[in-house]
Design a protein around this ligand. Structure first.
Ligand code: AMP
Ligand code: MN
Ligand code: ZN
Length: 893
């Protein structure tokens, strides 16, 4: 607190008040009534514990509570205590400068919102605590307030969230060792690069053991799955079309749960519903514990597990220095042994465990598996069939608390030190204390599994109903699908709404831009958004809109390394926000309400045509050897200023570059459009691929042989390994050869076509005069001309893609040979309205779903200045920019 009052500026007045209070008191007594901090903490902890205990003992929601409430005395008591509690919470929140409107208890609808309020306040308070602890720890001691542009200080790893200070010196010393400040980034060693692109998650599975329904061919067919657009030696837009063709029919499979069928048809055998005799766990000291970090050992473990009827599993996870999070450790306990698996090391091989994990004859016992199920899918492509979740059992048994801690105390009389739960699990070699902790999480779990099953049956007078419900709830959890965080233009509003701050237009703009900057950088650098720029700092910058870069630094304490590094970019964003016309908070809020209905992002529903969820920065970049885009003649990106009129009338980003269209630029009459311009628009349309959202970003590295290659290590080690038959292997080799041949053929064709397109483009450049004449003609409204346009539009034979994309004009010159490999959409068949500005996006043949429609409408109705231009751009040509060149503009949407 003291440190913060010295370094923070005056804006943080409430904190400062608190800080100075503390300073005064410190001279006499740190905590009045207590001899030292330890005594105070001990007392406080005691109070919190007894309160928690008491609240857990209250009548449970549902029948029990309703029954008690029928007594007026109880009702009164509840209400008065409730009021007291709300008042107290409200005071705490106000004290910390958080918004609180907790008094009004009548609006039931606001319950969820209030819950958010409490959660957010907790975040704010805890984040502040973390910062102050860091500061007290000296993390921020030597930071300079200002630095020269381009100066990159050494990275300081601040993981305040996993810091839990204890009073005694030696213990905290020990603990500090457990989160070393410079842990090597495990991501660097991953065989398959992490996919942080703003595209939905597609299951990683490619072999499906224990299948009752075979894995859809999308996952097994290497041609579809492996050959991603960036692997094709063709221009990006063409690659998109090919990819789209190949994935179109697989959309449903791509997003289904691979074991949906098996889980839907899972029955509970009699043996799992009968009362077990609890089998005591082996003492930890007498149990062998193996650390597994080689494929050989992992395969051996899988073999071992396949022979069992049950085993226990737990995971440890790291989320601060990664965008999506990293599963860092897997613990498995059998009745005899414990195993600790280094999942950072074996990330690409973990899938071998699917054989045991999806075998319905083997029970997998987890405690609180909700996150684990998602992490297993996300990082390893692992699924669980026959899950038993002891957390669900604890709930069904109505135990006082449902944590593993509590179960351990309750059933095993073991106390576990949960301090390690939030340790940095990336550390290697793993300190012994952490191994011991990790082991404890699964070691006793099978015994607990026995105990809770017995109790669930006893509880229900021997009837299996309750136990059955736990099996079913567990099954529901194993059906969970991992959903990747998707950035949308509205994401920032969701977060802003939670903050309960009233922002004026400038502040809101800053918040939007910073939010987008943070998301982009976090994905790019593979860091959590909290690491890039914690939310409370983002709010502070938005509220203060500092005029100088130093002001931005001053809003952050401690300064996140990436903020320091990119402070000039941030400053530009803040400046951009400052240029917004200033509207008062209420008006801004109203405007926001009216124009952008608050809606929870439907992250689980992705229409195949919904490009709305793709941030423009994530769009697939064009390959450098492309033309004409990269030649910078026809559709150059270099021109920052584009005639607003041209944008409005055409939706054609590059219009300003094509001076030959100047004569007709004020006309937006369809009929007066010269053929060339129509063509140009079609070309642009052809660049918009509704499947873009499925394409990985440029940084996705497709591991060529990591796990698809049948000759990989796994086959050498275990010939008798059951996952794949020899037949399958042979088939794979066969297809592999075929794919190679096809790719060769294809590359040849593409090269031919590229030359042709190049030629036709060059010719078209020489024909500029002709086009100008055409434009003049059309301006005169020549009937002949009109006919020609009509016939163009009515053409029904599919056009070769190159023509669509590249030949700007000269219809007679575009007789490129048709492609066998794919049939691009014939835009000439679409409604003429296609070319009428922004509306065009609704009438492409891809039958955009409702979501996309809504979004487009919303976007337009928002009336943002830049939309007509930037919107069109994002769909077509911004994608062609290199990331770096794009940097200064990208959040502008
Ligand atoms: P556990 O199942 O308790 O071993 O927790 C598994 C992982 O979940 C840990 O390694 C943490 O990364 C994460 N985790 C558990 N509890 C919390 C918490 N209270 N806050 C944040 N992360 C948590
Ligand atoms: Mn767990
Ligand atoms: Zn754990």
């Amino acid at each position: 607190m003291m440190a913060s009052s010295k370094t923070n500026n005056s804006a943080n007045s409430s904190l400062q008040d608190t800080a100075s209070d503390t300073t005064d008191e410190e001279k006499t007594e740190l905590c009045p009534g207590f001899k030292d901090v330890d005594a105070f903490v001990k007392y406080g902890l005691g109070a919190v514990l007894s309160a928690t205990k008491a609240s857990a003992a209250l009548p449970q929601a549902g029948d029990e509570y309703d029954f008690y409430r029928s007594f007026p005395g109880f009702q009164e008591f509840c209400e008065s205590q409730g009021d007291r509690l709300l008042h107290c919470m409200s005071q705490i929140m106000q004290h910390h400068g958080c918004r609180s409107h907790m008094r009004d208890r009548n609006k039931l609808t606001a319950l969820e919102e209030r819950f958010d309020l409490v959660v957010d306040s907790n975040d704010v308070i805890l984040e502040r605590v973390g910062i102050l602890l860091d500061e007290a720890d000296g993390v921020n001691r030597s930071q300079q307030p200002v630095m020269p542009a381009g100066f990159q200080p050494p990275k300081i790893v601040v993981s305040s969230w996993n810091r839990k200070g204890t009073g005694s010196g030696s213990r905290s010393e020990m603990f500090r060792l457990l989160h070393a400040k410079n842990v090597a980034r495990p991501q660097l060693k991953f065989k398959e690069k992490v996919d942080n692109s703003n595209t939905p998650f597609i299951p990683k599975i490619f072999i499906k053991p224990n299948a009752q329904k075979p894995l859809p061919c999308y996952f097994t067919n290497k041609q579809i799955r492996k050959q991603r657009p960036e692997d094709l030696d063709v221009p990006a837009a063409l690659a998109d079309f090919i990819h789209q063709q190949r994935t179109q029919e697989h959309v449903e499979d791509m997003f289904a749960h691979p074991y949906q069928y098996e889980l839907d048809h899972l029955t509970i055998p009699e043996s799992l519903l009968s009362k077990p005799e609890p089998q005591m766990y082996k003492p930890v000291t007498e149990t062998k514990c193996s650390f597994i970090d080689t494929l050989e050992d992992l395969v051996a473990l899988n073999e071992k597990l396949c022979k069992l009827s049950e085993f226990a599993v737990d995971l440890e996870h790291h989320s601060y220095r990664s965008f999506l999070g990293l599963t860092s450790l897997m613990q498995i306990s059998t009745r005899e042994e414990d195993f600790i698996i280094d999942t950072l090391e074996l990330r690409s091989e973990m899938y071998v465990l699917n054989e045991a994990f999806t075998d319905p004859a083997i029970v997998k016992v987890f405690h609180g598996a909700d996150s684990d199920i998602e992490w297993l899918q996300r990082d390893f492509g692992l699924y669980v069939v026959r899950l038993f979740d002891t957390h669900q059992a604890s709930r069904a048994l109505n135990l006082a608390r449902h944590s593993l801690d509590h179960l351990l105390t309750h059933f095993c009389n073991v106390s576990s030190d949960k301090r390690y739960q939030l340790a940095d699990w990336r550390i290697r070699p793993l300190p012994d204390e952490m191994v011991q902790y990790a082991r404890t999480d699964t070691h006793y779990l099978l015994y607990i599994y026995d105990c809770v099953r017995a109790q669930l049956l006893d509880f229900n007078h021997g009837q299996p109903g309750l136990l059955q419900s736990v099996w079913n709830k567990s099954k529901d959890i194993s059906l969970k699908k991992y959903v990747k965080p998707i950035f949308t233009e509205e994401s920032y509003l969701e977060l802003q709404r939670k903050q309960k701050r009233s922002f004026n237009t400038q502040q809101l703009t800053a918040f939007r831009l910073l939010f987008a900057w943070r998301d982009k950088l976090a994905r790019q650098e593979d860091e959590s958004t909290g690491y890039v720029l914690p939310t409370h700092m983002m709010i502070k910058i938005s509220e203060e809109l500092p005029k100088e870069p130093q002001g931005i630094i001053a809003c952050c304490n401690p300064v996140p390394p990436l903020v320091r590094q990119q402070v000039n970019e941030l400053h530009l964003l803040v400046q951009q926000a400052r240029e917004m016309p200033l509207l008062k908070a209420e008006i801004a809020a109203q405007k926001k309400k009216g124009l952008t209905p608050i809606k929870k992002p439907e992250v689980t529903l992705f229409g195949p045509h919904d490009t709305s969820r793709v941030s423009e920065s994530e769009l697939h970049p064009f390959s450098p050897d492309e033309l004409p885009v990269k030649q910078g003649v026809l559709f150059s990106d270099d021109e920052p200023k584009i005639d607003a009129d041209v944008q409005k009338t055409s939706g054609l980003v590059a219009a300003a570059k094509i001076t030959l269209f100047e004569e007709v630029k004020t006309r937006n009459d369809q009929e007066s459009l010269p053929v060339a311009q129509m063509k140009a628009r079609r070309i642009i349309e052809s660049f918009e691929n509704p499947f873009r959202m499925y394409l990985p970003s440029s940084d996705v590295h497709i591991s060529k042989n990591a796990k698809f290659d049948p000759s990989s290590k796994i086959f050498e080690i275990s010939k008798r390994w059951k996952l794949q038959s020899i037949e399958q292997q042979q088939k794979e080799i066969e297809t592999k050869r075929k794919v190679k041949e096809e790719a060769k053929d294809h590359a040849k064709k593409v090269a031919e076509e590229r030359n042709k397109a190049k030629q036709s483009y060059q010719e078209s450049l020489q024909n500029v005069a002709t086009v100008r004449q055409q434009a003049a003609e059309s301006a005169k409204g020549s009937a002949k001309k009109r006919e020609r346009v009509a016939s163009e539009v009515g053409e029904s034979t599919p056009k070769p893609s190159k023509k669509l994309m590249k030949s700007a004009e000269k219809p007679q010159k575009t007789e490129a040979p048709p492609q066998d490999s794919f049939k691009p959409f014939d835009y000439s068949q679409s409604d003429l309205k296609v070319f009428a500005g922004a509306k065009s996006k609704e009438s492409t043949q891809f039958d955009p779903n409702q979501q996309a429609h809504d979004f487009k409408k919303k976007k337009i109705s928002k009336g943002q200045k830049s939309n007509s231009g930037a919107g069109g751009r994002s769909m077509s040509f911004l994608a062609g920019k290199s990331d770096r060149g794009f940097r200064h503009n990208w959040p502008k949407r």
